[in-house]
Design a protein. Structure first.
Length: 152
């Protein structure tokens, strides 16, 4: 198992230089949410480049002529509340992202939180209110029930 490299201190210092309060880092529009959005979108761009066989602004090299075709918007629900992201598209519609699969709107850890709260005896409505308070995101009772029913 390889140990991931630590980020250079000067990079971390540079990122933190404009932030004064905890909310600036972990708040609704904080650094952590901005970095998550940027990393997810960059990873999706890399996935599309691999799928197409060429980077953005390079000549089309695949035999089908498939190329980039704009972006679609999606809002993910998870640890940081709601995270709007842009998913790149290809002309043929054959791109299937692995990081955020088509039709997925929740981070995998989000379901684990619902199950954890349910196992502690909270009702569906209590879980719904808790998730709204903690993450600022609306979750339907039907979704909560379907997540807990899948486990029970």
């Amino acid at each position: 198992m390889t140990i991931p490299k630590a980020l250079p201190n000067d990079l971390i210092d540079s990122l933190l230089s404009n932030y004064k309060k905890p909310e600036d880092l972990i708040g609704e529009n904080g650094l952590l949410k901005q970095l998550t959005k940027a990393l997810v979108e960059r990873a999706l761009q890399a996935e599309l480049a691999d799928h197409l066989g060429h980077d953005k602004h390079e000549p089309v090299t695949n035999s089908t002529g498939n190329a980039r075709n704009g972006k679609s918007r999606k809002t993910l629900k998870g640890e940081f509340g709601e995270l709007p992201i842009e998913i790149p598209r290809d002309r043929e519609g054959s791109f299937e992202p692995q990081l955020i699969p088509k039709h997925q709107t929740r981070w995998t850890g989000f379901d684990d939180k619902i199950i954890s709260l349910y196992s502690r005896g909270m009702t569906v409505r209590e879980i719904q209110a808790h998730l709204t308070d903690m993450y600022g995101t609306e979750v339907s009772p039907t979704l909560i029930s379907s997540v807990t029913d899948a486990v029970v």
